[in-house]
Design a binder for this molecule. Sequence first.
Ligand SMILES: *[C@@H]1O[C@H](CO)[C@@H](O)[C@H](O)[C@H]1NC(C)=O
Ligand SMILES: *[C@@H]1O[C@H](CO)[C@@H](O)[C@H](O)[C@H]1NC(C)=O
Length: 291
Amino acid sequence: MLPCVYRLQPVLTLLSFTLLTQGENCPAICLCPDPHTVDCSGRGLTRLPDEIPLDVRRLLLADNWIPRIPSDFLVLYSDLVYLDLRNNSLSNIEPGTLSTSSRLVFLDLGCNNLTEIPKGTFGESRSLIKLRLGNNPYLSMVNEDAFMGLTSLRELELERNALSGLQVGALSQLPSLRVVRLEGNPWVCNCNFANLFTWLEENSHKLPNGIDGMECSLPTDGRRVPLSQLSQDSFRECQITLTLTDFLIIIFSGISVSVAAIMASFFLASTVHCFQRWSKGTKGDEEESEE
Ligand SMILES: *[C@@H]1O[C@H](CO)[C@@H](O)[C@H](O)[C@H]1NC(C)=O
Ligand SMILES: *[C@@H]1O[C@H](CO)[C@@H](O)[C@H](O)[C@H]1NC(C)=O
């Protein structure tokens, strides 16, 4: 039995080798472990390799030095389901790059040099389920509508970036969100943070370590406190200041409106009165002259 397998081995090796190479024209520098996967991880690439088969579904490009993705990339590779660009040198995603990524399910842009996620970056990537954007040390701005249209997104990673705040709309617009990672950002628990704090308390089951894993620094002295030590009461001052300002505006505008109304009616009344007196006067004169 055993010698038989032994004799068959070269044949099997040759067979698998033919299957591998016969498949799509694999870029010389990459590996293609199956007909749908191109693995160019850790090859020291400074740009996307040429000759990636157009029907690739899994493209692994992690641990390279790739600084940009051409904006028509996903038009070309429209079958892509899984794109791993972790640990590259991307500093931005050109607008429109991902707007045609209708099949993309997994996108890893972690450990890059992104600075901002503008509105509509991911277009209508309705299939996207997992999006990794963590460990971008200069990523300080995520637009409120950055993830608009990602209706299937279940996992979002934004950990260890440079975020000091985040509009709660960026998260609340995601109907399928189950897991969100936000820890390790330099959050500032000022009044802008109050809405996010409320959302985090209500959605703490979506955070892998609950609210305990997160910290923010106090706007007063920069002291870092775990979010678990804060409560809605910590942000009460914000509400009071807000309502007080609102209150003053309302009272003040109320007073101005009433004063303006009184002045206007007084002016109107006097005008009417004057006019009546004047027309009476002229009538009287006419009557007098007729006599
Ligand atoms: C990132 O990629 C570089 C270059 O390939 C590699 O040397 C480094 O170990 C990678 N870093 C991580 C955290 O994987
Ligand atoms: C990353 O971005 C920062 C700020 O935009 C820049 O100073 C730095 O040189 C960039 N690093 C790399 C490796 O591109």
